[in-house]
Design a protein around this ligand. Structure first.
Ligand code: NAP
Length: 508
């Protein structure tokens, strides 16, 4: 069994912090144990893994490393809690989510500091993530009260037909490191509003945000077993994932991460036919047509490409620029990158570009740049590691890029902006739609007919027209092709956690 720690003793949890940064982190929200069935729990073999500050390489905390045994126990706790939670009136569920939201807002600076420490993104961006993340709890606290069924008219005189919406059951929630808070609340807000209970497996790099949310869920009065967090090391992730995605008591899997991992989890889901939501990789095109307002396109390009140092699934991955506007666009974008982007530790004032999450991420950017340059791409700015530190890469703009280069075919997930020159709209559409994924797509044009045409023809789940940032709590987030299944946020997001039950009343 677990080594349970009394919830009242959580402030005294022996978090082993080794850097001065960690000691500056909010002790009131810093947790290193798993949160299972309402208790703070250590893994039975006392294994731990380090959480590292990607900016300095310093170890922040040792976090408990859960394995299959802990996961099976967590599924039991979540399944038990589901029997109670599904009966809780929606107004009460709504109130609890709202309290959780209020606590996130009250603690927003501390939560943002945790994100910067474990993920590296600048504090201003981290604060933006917290507001966005909390917004999902607020939104779904409102949606909880708007779960409607239907009365359906049928041809038989003696029958009436009803459609009920019921919670799916226990949901496994597996999340990535690039939005340590928002990827959790976007799923969990909807799940809890619907009446489901959840088990969150955060990324190895960023478990502290998930655990801080658990502390606030506890303070908000979310009942034991409704929100559970099982942190684990990358080494244990496959075994943990297998338990959490095959256990018969789990009814639903909601995953955000790479397409490769998503496919593994889909295979797990197949055996027991679980419901799935998959938010997977992207390869967003950003098309600039000759008719575009070039300054607006350049500003949109900067926002869309370099947020979180290029590490978001909706970040532009390839720029397609029409030949008439190409040279001026490239010149202005290079100048703006050099003027507005500042590499450094996310805790420092004025920094816009924090570290990449780890050295593997830096190596991928290096590999893509090397491959492109070896095939004739030109470095307009950047093009190498930053002297700031090991995990830092200079914001980079490449021109003369072709569709054969790796950066045009794969998601880079880093601060690399490759520009492909094109001639006609048809050519741009063919390049944009050649990808086997389709999450976000952007384009700049001032021609109304072209705007309709291109918005309809882009094979993606989300389109930004003359806009480089498009995520919002109220709008459906998700992709087509191998970018995933289902939608999150918006009025559609809650359906991912609801079953439709038809009830036929006969003999009337
Ligand atoms: P990843 O390697 O797939 O990891 C995502 C999560 O899955 C992590 O918690 C990871 O744990 C876990 N995981 C890995 N292998 C597993 C397995 N066999 N069984 C169970 N869990 C497993 O993705 P990433 O590199 O962290 O994230 C970047 C990717 O996510 C990009 O492709 C990006 O486009 C995509 N993304 C998509 C969206 C969207 O909404 N569509 C949003 C954000 C990111 P460990 O950390 O321990 O490996």
């Amino acid at each position: 069994m677990f080594s349970h720690l009394p919830v009242s003793g959580i402030l005294k949890l022996p978090c082993r912090m080794s850097s001065s940064l960690a000691s500056a982190l909010p002790a009131s929200l810093l947790r290193s144990a798993a949160y299972i069935g309402g208790s703070w729990v250590r893994s039975s073999d006392s294994a731990t893994f380090p959480v590292v500050d990607p900016a300095t390489g310093a170890e922040l905390v040792q976090v408990t490393d859960c394995g299959p045994k802990e996961c099976r126990e967590t599924v039991k706790a979540a399944a038990g809690a589901f029997q109670v939670w599904k009966e809780v009136p929606s107004k009460e569920r709504s109130n609890l989510l709202r309290k959780w939201y209020d606590l996130m807002i009250q603690n927003k600076e501390d939560l943002a500091r945790i994100i910067t420490a474990e993920n590296g993104k600048p504090t201003k961006e981290a604060l933006g993530e917290i507001i966005y993340a909390a917004g999902f709890l607020e939104w779904f606290s409102e949606e909880a009260r708007r779960i409607y069924g239907d009365v359906v008219s049928v041809p038989m005189k003696d029958r009436r037909a009803l459609v009920l919406k019921q919670p799916v059951g226990v949901a496994t929630v597996i999340t990535p490191w690039n939005f340590p808070s928002a990827m959790i609340t976007r799923k969990v807000g909807a799940a809890l509003a619907a009446g489901c209970t959840v088990i969150v497996k955060p990324a190895e790099d960023t478990p502290l945000s998930a655990l801080a949310l658990a502390e606030l869920a506890h303070q908000a009065g979310i009942p034991a077993g409704v929100y559970n967090v099982v942190p684990c090391s990358r080494e244990k992730a496959p075994a943990v994932g297998e338990v959490l995605c095959t256990d018969p008591s789990v009814a639903k899997i909601s995953f955000t991460g790479s397409t490769a991992t998503g496919k593994i989890l889909l295979r797990h889901a197949a055996d027991s036919v679980k419901r799935v939501s998959m938010e997977l990789g992207g390869h967003a095109p950003f098309i600039v047509f000759d008719s575009a307002n070039v300054d607006k396109a350049v500003a949109g390009a900067l926002a869309s490409k370099f947020r979180n140092s290029g590490q978001t699934c909706v970040c532009t991955n390839r720029f397609l620029v029409q030949k008439g506007i190409h040279d001026v666009f490239v010149k202005k974008l290079a100048a703006l990158i050099e003027k507005d982007l500042h590499v450094g530790n996310g805790f420092e004032e004025g920094v816009t570009q924090g570290p990449l999450i780890n050295e593997r991420a830096v190596e991928k950017v290096e590999h893509h740049v090397r491959d492109a340059v070896s095939q004739g791409a030109r470095v307009e700015t950047g093009g190498k590691r930053s002297t700031y530190g090991k995990n830092f890469y200079e914001p980079t703009l490449l021109s003369n890029v072709t569709t054969k280069m790796l950066c045009s075919r794969e998601e880079t997930f880093g601060p690399l902006a490759p520009v492909i020159k094109f001639d006609t709209e048809e050519e741009a559409m063919a390049i944009a739609n050649s990808a086997n994924v389709g999450l976000a797509g952007y384009f700049y044009s001032q021609d109304p007919a072209q705007i309709w045409r291109v918005a309809e023809r882009l094979e993606v789940g989300m389109v930004g027209v003359n806009e480089g940032l498009l995520s919002s709590v109220e709008c459906p987030f998700g992709g087509v092709k191998q970018s995933g299944l289902g939608r999150e946020g918006s009025k559609y997001g809650i359906d991912e956690y609801l079953e439709v039950k038809y009830v036929c009343f006969g003999g009337l």
